[in-house]
Design a protein around this ligand. Sequence first.
Ligand code: UTP
Length: 309
Amino acid sequence: MTVTKAVIPAAGLGTRFLPATKAVPKELLPVVDTPAIEYVVREASAAGLKNVLLITGKTKGAILDHFDRAWDLEAVLAEKNDLARLDAIRASAELAVIHAVRQPAPRGLGHAVLCAKEHVGADPFAVLLGDDLIDARDPLLTSMIAVREALGGSVVALMRVPLDQISLYGSAAVEPLPGGVVPSLPPGSVFRLSGLVEKPPREQAPSDFAIIGRYVLHPAVFEVLEETAPGRGGEIQLTDALARLAEMPPEAGGGLHGVHFTGRRYDTGDRLDYLKAVVRLAADHPELGADFADWLDEFSAELRGRAEP
Ligand code: UTP
């Protein structure tokens, strides 16, 4: 069964980005001129997932408005013949068919995914975190769907991180699979996962392979989540449910694989990573890029000057 649905959890509190996220959801913070979550919906749409379920929460109504038509604005722009902006505001409403469900309280990412159970039903589905931005030039989701189609079970995205940062992520125990198991992917890029630990201290991490915010999940995850007790931080952790799926036999919907991602990725819920995403995408922006890069060069020289004794 092929993957057609994407679930985008966007109901977290965004405490790392306060006070900006007191009234504005972090998923709507602009990365240059586009809210972070629009890049995520674009990514799902580009991978062929045109059925998108947003998991939203308190203060998140504006996220849905962003993916709706804005007739009043459209009328003003049409009147001014401002066609570029007219296209830009229509585009977000045409990327996918957007559905929404509210997570009644932010009880963790695992609980947010469980809120998608009725919508998803019995098919495999993708999960894309609404604040995790993967550069469109480094496609990942299509590779993950290919792994799911070749090997079944569930698939996560893995990125190597310095060991002193592994305690910020889920860490995976991995065994490389021989090249050719997924013909479209290079040898060494697909792993079997035998275990997972959420945010371990460095000395307890099974490896430096961290799980990042893209998943292709077997629907068996819902039953596992229903039985998953609150874990780290009192939240229902998706990582705990994935660790259970890794141990389960394939006939029960178990089996967990990972795709090694080496491209550009930004956690826009983290202030420093957010700034890096803005600078990188601004430097590549078709209208602003050249002027911004010139200014950045001058500014870097100024900073180097400041650093000199
Ligand atoms: P994060 O851990 O980055 O979100 O969750 P957070 O809890 O908002 O972060 P901080 O630590 O307070 O800053 C990853 C993704 O899961 C969603 C978030 O919106 C984000 O997209 N999430 C998290 C939910 O939808 N519900 C939750 O209960 C927790």
